[in-house]
Design a protein around this ligand. Structure first.
Ligand code: UDP
Length: 325
């Protein structure tokens, strides 16, 4: 099978590429290296078993001619390319909206033209600022005002979901939509705001571990290897077509406790420092206080549950950071 992974040099995309190459598939990647890096796929390009089956294009998904060729060539399209990371979105508001809305439009239009099956990676941000748990795919959504730019990411991704569902309803296009909940693991960078690589790097350097807000906000983190396993199964699942499915972990933790856990596992002497949101981001920032997925649907669809617990994930990230930072 020929698989096109948009954003294949990104964090999740590069793990997906590895998984498909290991299965013996041909993998086509398009990435503009805005947040992805060639480092993420260097080991695949250098691997004798993989290099003849890996085709990398460094370009934007907004380049219609290149995308036309790639979508035409491949059997399945996994659309992972997106502007991601709270910090990145706040720093690049316009670029993020254009990439996330127009990029997905290009992907869907071409998948429809060639009648190719497509998976659209959406995000738990789409739920907005709920505090109840767990978040079910059919829940209502609550956003802040349009002056608070964090919500532009949620709204753009929601629009991607609508567009994909509309292609399914009106054109019978095979689309699978996933909402990813705080996926973590080796190769994720802290540069765009993601908390775990940031905490681990701070702890390894014995610098202050920076908890934003009062640290009572919670997340559930999912190991990228578990996520990639879920994606490869979901794209093959006919009942997932034309629908939205959560992919997330089960272990809820406060960010304050996460800081302590990282400090303990790394044997760090770092202090844990609380920083106000105003100082950390911008004045009009809003956080999500709680984010826990319902994974009932995915369990039913593909009998999937995350199998890697938080301590194991942290150890994998710590090992990676010790070698690579
Ligand atoms: N966070 C933090 N310190 C950091 C980076 C993030 O306390 O150095 C917090 C952030 O405010 C949020 C949580 O950790 O409450 C998760 O942040 P991340 O950007 O990783 O993901 P998201 O907010 O999209 O869930």
């Amino acid at each position: 099978m020929k698989v096109l992974i948009t954003g294949g040099a990104g964090f999740v995309g590069s793990h997906l590429a590895e998984k498909y190459l290991e299965r013996g598939d041909d993998v086509y990647i398009i990435d503009d290296l805005s947040t992805g890096t060639l480092e993420n796929i260097k080991h695949l390009q250098e691997d004798e078993n993989h290099r003849n089956k890996l085709f990398v294009t460094i370009d934007s998904i907004l380049n219609h001619d290149i995308m036309l060729e790639l979508v035409g060539t491949c059997d399945v399209i996994l659309h992972m390319a997106a502007a991601v990371g709270v910090q990145y979105i706040l720093d690049n508001p316009l670029l993020s909206i254009v990439t996330n809305i127009k990029g997905t439009e290009v992907v869907l239009e071409l998948c429809n033209k060639f009648r190719k099956k497509v998976l659209i990676a959406s995000t738990s941000e789409v739920y907005g600022k709920h505090t109840h748990a767990p978040l079910v795919e059919t829940d209502n959504i609550i956003y802040g005002p349009s002056t608070k730019f964090r919500w532009s990411y949620a709204a753009a991704k929601l629009m991607d979901e609508f567009t994909a569902l509309a292609y399914h309803r009106t054109k019978k296009l095979s689309v699978v939509i996933i909402r990813l909940f705080n996926t973590i693991g080796p190769r994720q960078t802290g540069r765009y705001g993601m908390v775990i690589p940031r905490f681990v790097q701070q702890a390894l350097r014995n610098e202050a571990i920076t908890v934003y807000g009062d640290g009572t906000q919670t997340r559930t983190f999912t190991y990228v290897g578990d996520v990639v396993g879920a994606i490869t199964k979901l794209i093959e699942c006919s009942d997932a077509i034309g629908d939205v499915t959560n992919i997330g972990g089960a272990e809820e933790i406060t960010i304050g406790n996460l800081a302590e856990r990282v400090k303990e596992i790394t044997n760090s002497t770092s202090e844990i420092k609380f920083i106000s949101y105003d100082e950390a981001y911008t004045k009009d920032f809003e956080d999500m206080q709680r984010r826990v997925p319902s994974i009932e649907k995915i369990e039913k669809l593909i009998n999937w549950k995350p199998t890697t617990n938080l301590d194991d994930i942290l150890n994998k990230v710590i090992d990676y950071c010790r070698v690579n930072e």
